[in-house]
Design a protein around this ligand. Sequence first.
Ligand code: 5RP
Length: 226
Amino acid sequence: MTRTAQELKREVAQAAFDFIAPHLDANAVLGIGTGSTANEFIDILGQSDVSFKSAVASSEASAERLRSHNIPVVELNSVDRIAFYIDGADEANAHLELIKGGGAALTREKIVAAASDVFVCIADESKEVATLGRFPLPIEVIPMAERLVMTALGALGGRPVLRAGVVTDNGNSIIDVHDLHITAPKALETTLNQITGVVCNGLFAHRGADILMLSGESGVRVLRAS
Ligand code: 5RP
């Protein structure tokens, strides 16, 4: 029987939980991402009796969901290091480079990923692509720089579209860049970081995933960064 999208998310979240649980102890701090797949992981974690200390959340929404399970949520500034970061993605390639930010949480997600020893990315296999860019690339922008940044993004060959009505947890805007064919993700990530007014871009190439778990009809595939 064909699995629903929800079942695929649940299965990959369960696989991630099963993978990390044996490595946790009472001092472990977890990084928790944002989105419907990350939500499945939060619910599995919250219903488990696995021992860990606390969680750092990549969004206010995830922090709230964690607290609803009585999981202690702490600020990143209060922890030395995060053992595992578990989060979804909008696209992933074979090098475990990602596009993230469909849920507008990319900046905090990139910060938590940078502070984590192991980034476990969880998604269903519809997110797997040969070349990143089919999903519009989210860019977080200081609101007063929207027009300036959109002009610069257009000059790079993309088609920037302001995400209407969205304000990030950091008080900024999101521009989605359509029609990109990203053959050099690391170089593009660096270039986008140089645009004045850009807070963060949704390419996770310099710090991609360490482990990518993809659920599909035949189960969960696990890819590791080489
Ligand atoms: C949020 C993200 C999410 O990880 C991404 O959008 C995937 O979400 P979902 O698990 O709901 O498909 O980057 O900013």
